[in-house]
Design a binder for this molecule. Sequence first.
Ligand code: CDP
Ligand code: CDP
Length: 230
Amino acid sequence: MEKKIVIAVDGYSSCGKSTMAKDLAKEIGYTYIDSGAMYRAVTLYCLQNEIIENGVVDEVRLRSAMNQIHISFQMNNESGKPDTYLNGVNVEKEIRGMEVANHVSTIAAIGFVRQAMVEKQQEMGQQKGVVMDGRDIGTVVFPNAELKIFVTASPEVRAQRRYDEMMAKGEPAIFEDVLANVKKRDLIDTTRAESPLCRAEDALELDNSHLSIAEQKAWLLVQFNRVTRE
Ligand code: CDP
Ligand code: CDP
């Protein structure tokens, strides 16, 4: 039997990480874990409970609320992706909106939030057989992951993909706002003090600006077969 491994997919916002991680997991029978959804769920909790007001986070209240924030995933057979649950409520739709997107990188830069999420992510990957996407999976969460991918694409391509996705779902969006959000999150994610987004030394880099979803999946499958059969 092939050995089970951990696959870490990191990269900039909206570059196709979750699409490729989800597609690969399905193909090889692994569990897909969307670490960004966890930071988004914490952000939603903060917005719902006025822990973020006017863009300012009440860190004292958030620290004491951390043990009341329970995040879990449950497979949605229709979308083929796990839905995110916050304290037992399906929040998949709410966490993808612009309000959460506008605040999530601020929440994700807080050290005690990261510690709690990383601990949970490590627990979820303990048995291996997982594909996890995020910003620090190959550097912090699973530094010993057997396969690490770092995905890039130009900000304009990424914003266009996110914009098209929102329009297809019937969500109102303005391209310039989406582009500004992508650039702002990249800046916060790459410059924060706590585990900033960066390519792990042993990660394979993939610029998928001009790759289709099928092409990137095929590329990833080749990498998976190489690592598991060597
Ligand atoms: O899907 P998209 O690339 O837009 O973002 P995401 O993966 O849902 O992540 C949302 C935000 O959470 C990112 O912009 C980061 O600020 C943060 N994040 C993080 O700090 N570390 C991770 N492992 C995953 C996400
Ligand atoms: O997870 P991340 O934020 O990195 O990106 P995603 O949610 O997987 O992908 C963002 C959008 O780009 C989705 O609508 C994908 O279908 C699309 N995409 C694409 O058009 N071409 C690719 N090569 C990869 C993703």
